[in-house]
Design a protein around this ligand. Structure first.
Ligand code: 9MR
Length: 631
């Protein structure tokens, strides 16, 4: 295959991706959705459109409106719905006005009873019939008016770029360049050699190992400066999948993710920008593998972080905390196996050496995990960083085996996939609460269902059925309640509920890619409406998006609320959102007795409701990219 690639490299990049995808697994089944001629992902840097940095107006503050809409906007062809909080039990008149205050449409609300997630009586209204593009529309019901919103086809173009820029902003080990992000967001590299807190020669916690590793690069996890293989895994996988989707899905726009298009410093290297971003994390993940010759060679260290919790604000380069590697774990090792296997096939056209290195690491990791299937991270190991512990790694095994099988076609991995109790079990792969860093089996299933592989027609169809069954459940959840949200975790909202909802939207969107059925796309759209303002808080959870948006997220550098000289979170970062177990003191004081979808406070100290992380922004970016493709 190397020869084929050499030829294609010379022969022209347009055909490269097509040949490579077919070439990775000789004789792979073509997935029914993969009907597009794969577009060039490689628009030359010169021809590409440079990324635009958005400069949002300040968020409105004060009481939220009771007429709740997607404050960013509705795509022309999508359903357009909103929610009104009212005590009234009978239908009320609503009017839609344009920016000049002229009535464009009107109708009657539909009483929906008490919405369980908010504990409030609500009505819904529907103005789907309006398809005229414009800005500054508002809806008025019962004397109350919504925030303004647009109708149009570029609703999600900027969000696609901004949500991916989140990852560059949060890179470790590199200067964040003012030429790319503007001077407010620029900062010196953190955790580089010479810094008091460096990731270039990190020892283990006492008694864990006697070597040091260079674990620089990667993304900081969240508001803290920890780097966790487990959470890095799902995040980088979703970035890679956002790109991989464009290779196999009709109408998906790979160019928007291509060279010169996103906020990364690697413009002009002929590698799609989204892969450049993923590579920054992959290099880190690979560096966490226990080196050859050591007893646990092939395993991956679970995490690296500060030995104590630091306060905030704190710019990464100013940290003086000691960094430590924590013991290897089976879950981290399988995260490495899965993502390195996926990287091997995606980077093959661009960097064969890296692709081969990744595949070798993935195979070694899988073997090591099989030899050490029960090395679990200690849930109590949460000083200076999160625990990310997980006692059930069946799903990690399934994900890793799936990715290795897709990339190599090897019988050994096929057997691992097929013998797993999770195989094609929709409810186990896709829990109602959503896939997450702790529940990753669905990542394998999504790829088996959409990336060409050797399962055979019946095998691929069964994988697709597991996806569409899950999507049916999520779509049904969206149809209930007053907010159209595809999330029904049984009465409570999880830590990072917005990330969970976005993950459900990834499954719905994939079901739409597979079947073309609009009901799935519509549930993705209404999920995004929830994220961007049609929710019980009446606000957008994405920084810089909507008239009234979350802007005080828990972050050590974007800590404007603590220090006016520091910036607010950059545009395109999604807050974790309502968390009904309110796990931090600020939330506990301010949110006593909150209904699940109202357990949220936009305060920098509310780390359990208002943090931002890579694993919530990754599905946001995936979904923004999908939705922008629908326009
Ligand atoms: O997202 C994680 C959530 O599922 C867990 O319940 C929670 C408590 O263990 O931790 C969350 O992850 C945090 C991590 O531990 C440290 N970095 C910030 C993460 C987001 O809040």
């Amino acid at each position: 295959m190397a020869r084929v690639l050499d030829r294609l490299n010379r022969g022209g990049r347009r055909r490269l991706a097509v040949a490579t995808v077919a070439g990775v697994v000789a004789g792979a089944v073509a997935i029914p959705v993969a009907v597009s001629a794969v577009g060039s992902s490689l628009g030359s840097a010169a021809a590409a459109t440079a990324p635009q940095i958005s400069k949002p107006a300040a968020s409105k503050t004060g009481p939220a409106p009771t007429v709740q809409v997607n404050q960013v906007g509705y795509q022309t062809k999508s359903p357009k719905q909103g929610t009104f909080v009212t005590k009234s039990e009978s239908p009320l008149a609503w009017t839609l006005k344009d920016a000049d205050g002229k009535e464009v449409a009107s109708g009657k609300t539909k009483p929906a009873g008490v919405d369980k997630s908010s504990g409030e009586n609500v009505h819904t209204f529907d103005f789907s019939k309006v398809a005229e593009s414009g800005k500054g529309y508002t809806v008025t019901v019962g004397g109350k008016t919504s925030e303004p919103f647009s109708i149009g086809d570029n609703t999600y173009s900027q969000l696609r770029t901004d949500s991916l820029a989140y990852f560059y902003h949060n890179r470790s080990g590199i200067n964040i360049d003012a030429n790319l992000v503007g001077k407010n967001y620029a900062r010196p590299a953190g955790h580089i050699d010479g810094a008091a807190s460096s990731d270039e020669k990190v020892p283990c916690q006492p008694k864990v190992c006697d070597y040091t590793l260079n674990v620089s690069k990667g993304w900081y996890d969240a508001g803290d400066y920890g780097k966790y293989v487990v959470n890095g895994g799902i995040s980088v996988a979703q970035l890679m999948s956002s790109y991989e989707r464009t290779l196999h899905t009709k109408g998906a726009d790979s160019k928007a993710l291509g060279d010169g298009r996103l906020l990364v410093p690697e413009h002009g290297n002929h590698v799609p920008d989204i892969l450049d971003e993923a590579r920054w994390e992959m290099d880190f993940l690979l560096s966490m593998q226990v080196p050859k010759g050591e007893k646990l060679a092939g395993m991956a260290h679970h995490k690296v972080h500060d030995s104590t919790w630091s306060g905030l604000p704190l710019r990464a380069d100013k940290s003086t905390n000691k960094r430590e590697l924590h013991a290897p774990s089976t879950a981290a090792t399988l995260n490495l196996a899965a993502t390195a296997a996926q990287a091997a096939r995606l980077f093959e056209p661009y960097d064969k050496e890296f692709s081969a290195k990744a595949l070798k690491a993935a195979r070694a990791a899988f073997d090591a995990a099989k030899a050490n299937p029960k090395m679990f991270a200690d849930p109590g190991d949460a000083t200076g960083g999160g625990a990310y512990s997980d006692y059930d790694v069946k799903d990690e095994f399934y994900w890793a085996a799936s990715e290795l099988f897709i990339t190599t076609g090897d019988k050994e991995y096929r057997q691992e996939v097929e013998k797993s109790s999770l195989h094609n079990d929709s409810e186990a792969l896709f829990p109602d609460g959503g896939i997450s860093w702790q529940s990753v089996g669905g990542l394998g299933a999504l790829d088996l269902a959409t990336v060409p592989n050797k399962l055979g027609d019946a095998g691929v169809k069964a994988a697709q059925k597991a996806v569409t069954e899950a999507a049916d459940r999520y779509a049904a959840a969206a149809g209930k309640g007053g907010y159209g949200v595809p999330y029904a975790p049984g009465g409570s909202y999880a830590w990072g509920s917005n990330g969970q909802i976005l993950n459900n939207m990834v499954v719905l969107a994939t079901a739409h890619d597979i079947t073309g059925k609009n009901k799935y796309r519509d549930a993705v759209t209404s999920g995004m409406d929830y994220i961007l303002g049609r929710n019980p808080m009446g606000m957008s959870y994405v920084t810089g998006y909507g008239a009234r948006y979350a802007h005080n997220q828990h972050h050590r550098f974007w800590a404007h609320e603590k220090d006016a000289k520091l910036p607010q979170p950059a545009p395109g970062a999604v807050a974790g959102g309502p968390n009904s177990s309110v796990d931090d003191p600020v939330a506990q004081t301010r949110l006593k007795g909150c209904a699940p979808a109202k357990c949220y406070v936009d305060d920098i100290e509310s780390w359990s409701t208002n943090e931002i992380t890579i694993n919530w922004n990754a599905p946001l970016a995936w979904v923004a990219s999908y939705l922008d493709d629908q326009a």
